[in-house]
Design a protein around this ligand. Structure first.
Ligand code: PHE
Length: 350
């Protein structure tokens, strides 16, 4: 076995030193470190060894793998430097004066997402990312959304073929994969992985079969928030959202909550906000966010004792916020990559 480890190390060394491009790099890396790569094969051999030899062999394989990973890391730096130099037509000059923030542009959706993350991080929310490909259970069932709910209809949701299986997105049973229709899926994945207290924010892309017009696009971004602990109340939810909108749109802004229905919260609310700083839309109530107290059924689905803890969740659309804050009247502008539009958004402005 030792000689086999040595052989694989030698093969990896030769393969890595021969890598000349990014595409090549990914290829070689997956052959060596990927799920069906040489190291996985080595690990499989372990089970054939006598029990007492396994720990030391396992350690030897891991030490070898660490070295190989290090070689990949160095190779990547080498490739990136040479690709950048080739792109610029000259080597990188670190003595050039830096570009000021005034000259750097930032996509408006990125700006709003970063601003949301910044405000909530001050309230102790950390950011978690979920997968854009989800399964029906995580997107719907776990969120108490029954089979009969319209969002599950294939006119509203992008389903994968039944025979597709995606290795790194875990399933409950043999349910179908879907492009997630909401970032609420991250509530479930987080609660299954962690224990309360939880405070997370999950920004990300979602997908719905919407016909394209000035306010609808089949791909858009949401930001979900989730807090779970002992004794969390609607008052906490309202205070946090009130704080958020004041930070986002200025001290004078206010929110109001109206009863509404989402299957995974109870009670559920729709939030409107009103601000003095929204141009034409100033001082008008604007619907902006869904929220509510996490429903007992959702806690049960995640194995939580719903009588000991409580929590709230909220979700808002990033495009919608960007449209309101920057006075953009057509959602399509966010996705066309027209630099005449994008250049209006400086990194330095709010
Ligand atoms: N996921 C909901 C939607 O997409 C929004 C929401 C999130 C509502 C969290 C309540 C709580 O419409």
């Amino acid at each position: 076995m030792m000689s086999q480890i040595g052989k694989i190390f030698e093969e990896a060394r030769v393969a890595i030193s021969g890598v000349a491009s990014h595409a090549d790099f990914d290829n070689v890396k997956s052959k060596i470190l990927g799920p069906n790569g040489s190291f996985r094969e080595l690990m499989k051999l372990l089970s054939g060894l006598p029990k007492k030899e396994r720990p030391s062999m396992g350690q030897a394989i891991n030490a070898c793998k660490d070295k190989v990973e290090e070689m990949f890391k160095n190779k990547l730096i080498e490739i990136e430097n040479s690709e950048t130099a080739a792109f610029l037509g000259q080597p990188i000059d670190p003595t050039l004066s830096p570009i000021s923030n005034e000259e750097i542009f930032c996509h408006p959706l990125t700006k709003i997402r970063n601003r949301i993350i910044e405000i909530f991080s001050n309230l102790g929310f950390s950011t978690v990312e979920g997968s854009e490909i989800e399964t029906e259970w995580f997107c719907f069932d776990a969120l108490n959304t029954p089979e009969s709910h319209p969002s599950r209809d294939d006119r509203d949701t992008f389903y994968f073929n039944r025979d597709v299986s995606i290795e790194n997105v875990s399933r409950r049973g043999d349910e179908q994969y879907v492009l997630r229709t909401q970032t609420s899926t991250v509530q479930i994945r987080t609660m299954l992985q962690r224990k309360p207290p939880i405070r997370v924010l999950s920004p990300g892309m979602v997908f719905r079969r919407d016909a394209i017009d000035a306010t609808h696009y089949p791909t858009f971004h949401q930001c979900e928030g989730l807090a779970v602990d002992e004794g969390i109340t609607v008052c906490d939810l309202k205070s946090i959202l009130d704080f958020f909108f004041k930070k986002l749109t200025g001290e004078g802004s206010e929110i109001r909550m109206r009863p509404s229905f989402f299957p995974f919260v109870s009670p559920g609310f729709e939030v409107d906000f009103r601000s003095k700083n929204l141009g034409k839309l100033s001082n008008r109530w604007i619907e902006i966010c869904g929220c509510g107290m996490v429903a007992p059924k959702v806690f049960q689905n995640c194995g939580y004792a719903d009588d000991e803890i409580s929590g709230f969740a909220f979700g808002m659309g990033i495009e919608r916020l960007a449209m309101l804050l920057y006075g953009v009247d057509d959602i399509r502008l966010f996705f066309q990559n027209d630099t005449r539009f994008l250049k209006q958004f400086k990194l330095s402005m709010l």
